[in-house]
Write a protein that binds this ligand. Structure first.
Ligand code: PHE
Length: 447
């Protein structure tokens, strides 16, 4: 495909929504809720905010800058901006991360689709109270059914990507994002009105400093920031490669980070007040959303409608993120082999579905198999969020900080000559890499 034929977003808002859509996903709702539940609530939140400021934002602006300047995919971008230099390894790592993350993301999204349909038909309301745990374990232990749902989800994702940047990705996000925001705010309002809801709010906002002594809390916060902001693997780099020059990148990055964090908080306000109101342990782990919440919905008036709304919201969030993961691969395939969108989407959508099979079977047939002492899906998630994404982010940061000319970087990022741009470069040169290296060393030791 020659450069003139390269697609572009239809509007700036379209890009913002798509980038927010990429960032806001299972990470904000499913992952954020259990990670903060396990890591001490408010303190985790503070560390997370810190990670967003010193690593997330500077790296996001770096990805936007690289993508828009190069007008190419994660790998093409480095070939173009730094030909013959090793920075392109960051691109390959990003591509690898897209495969790994989407493969297990689609498995979880498949469970969500199943729950959504379960609330549509009312079947999930029939499960006797207290048996949601075994209901979930039985379902995920099956061989074929969960894979069928995951296949369906990948087919939807591929369908959206195949329609293109403007008519597929942008249009889908214009529908999915407002829907998601509406459902989430409605749920939070309801959850906050329950008796005993205040304990949930306290949990989210009152810090228990003693967790600071645990190293894994820092790792979890950094991993959460990378995962939730879609950083370190070129998803936002690819999206920004469809941007024209007149969109101001730092402002877009602030918007994306702001909305992503806001949505995680609102999701926390939708989940924890209900969890505390029903006297459930907030550290229920990854199953919070699939076991604890359905039990709560069942006990509520209008629980079926709430369950339906909640899983519709999760599906919308998952779909818009999955689209951005697949686009990383599709953009690469279209340039590298000159395939069409449809061809690239179908081939790699299917390959990624196949790669997800072990993650799905990890709860049944392959339950014996462990990755870093966890089931396959959780092991891959740990590897991706705490190692691969931070290493990718480190490479992007170092590329802008050290591998590119200062003036080019300042101009390409739209910072120009002001002090903000200088601060951004200083962070990418020293602070961000230093913090990332410390975190990575810890993460490697903890594996
Ligand atoms: N940010 C997405 C979420 O929170 C996940 C994601 C990670 C998407 C990396 C793209 C790239 O669910």
């Amino acid at each position: 495909m020659n450069e003139r034929a390269r697609e572009q977003w239809g509007s700036r808002l379209g890009f913002t929504l798509a980038a927010v859509g990429s960032a806001v996903g299972l990470g904000n709702i499913w992952r954020f809720s259990y990670a903060s539940g396990e890591n001490g609530g408010a303190v985790f939140l503070l560390l997370y905010l810190l990670a967003v400021l010193v690593m997330g934002l500077p790296i996001m602006i770096a990805e936007f800058t690289i993508g828009r300047r190069a007008q190419s995919d994660v790998i093409g971008a480095f070939h173009k901006l730094a030909p013959g230099r090793p920075w392109v390894l960051g691109g390959y790592l990003g591509l690898l991360a897209a495969f790994v993350i989407l493969s297990y993301y689609a498995v979880i999204a498949g469970w969500i689709a199943k729950y959504l349909v379960g609330y549509l038909s009312g079947e999930l309301m029939m499960v006797p109270a207290g048996e949601y745990g075994s209901h979930f374990t039985q379902f995920t232990a099956e061989r074929l059914e969960p894979l069928g749902w995951s296949f369906l989800f990948m087919a939807l994702t591929t369908g959206i990507v195949a329609f293109g940047v403007k008519r597929g990705i942008e249009q889908a996000n214009k529908i999915l994002m407002p829907l998601l925001a509406l459902l989430l705010v409605g749920m939070a309002a309801f959850s906050l009105s329950l008796p005993g809801a205040a304990a949930g709010v306290r949990f989210l906002f009152r810090p228990d400093w003693s967790v600071l002594a645990r190293a894994e809390v820092y790792l979890a916060a950094v991993g959460q920031a990378f995962f939730s902001l879609s950083l370190g693997m070129g998803a936002l780099l690819t999206y920004s490669s469809y941007l024209p020059d007149n969109v101001k990148l730092p402002r877009e990055a602030v918007k994306v980070a702001f909305f992503d964090t806001l949505l995680a908080l609102v999701a926390g306000l939708a989940i924890f007040p209900a969890v505390f109101s029903f006297g459930v342990d907030p550290a229920a782990g990854a199953t919070l959303v699939f076991i604890v919440l359905p039990g709560i919905f069942e006990a509520m008036p209008a629980g079926m409608a709430l369950g339906l709304a909640f899983f519709a919201l999760l599906s919308a969030a998952a779909l818009s993120s999955a689209v951005s993961l697949l686009e990383v691969v599709v953009a690469y395939a279209m340039r590298r082999w000159r395939w069409t969108r449809l061809q690239s989407g179908l081939i790699f959508g299917f390959v990624i579905f196949l790669l997800g099979i072990p993650s799905s079977l990890g709860y049944g047939l392959l339950a014996e198999l462990q990755l870093f002492g966890r089931d396959i899906l959780s092991g891959l998630d740990l590897l991706a969020s705490q190692i691969v994404l931070p290493v990718g982010g480190l490479i992007f940061a170092l590329f802008i900080g050290w591998g590119w000319q200062r003036n080019v970087a300042l101009q390409a990022s739209d910072f120009g000559r002001g002090w903000l741009g200088r601060a951004w470069l200083l962070m990418l040169r020293y602070l961000t890499p230093l913090m990332l290296t410390l975190v990575l060393l810890h993460a490697l030791r903890a594996l």
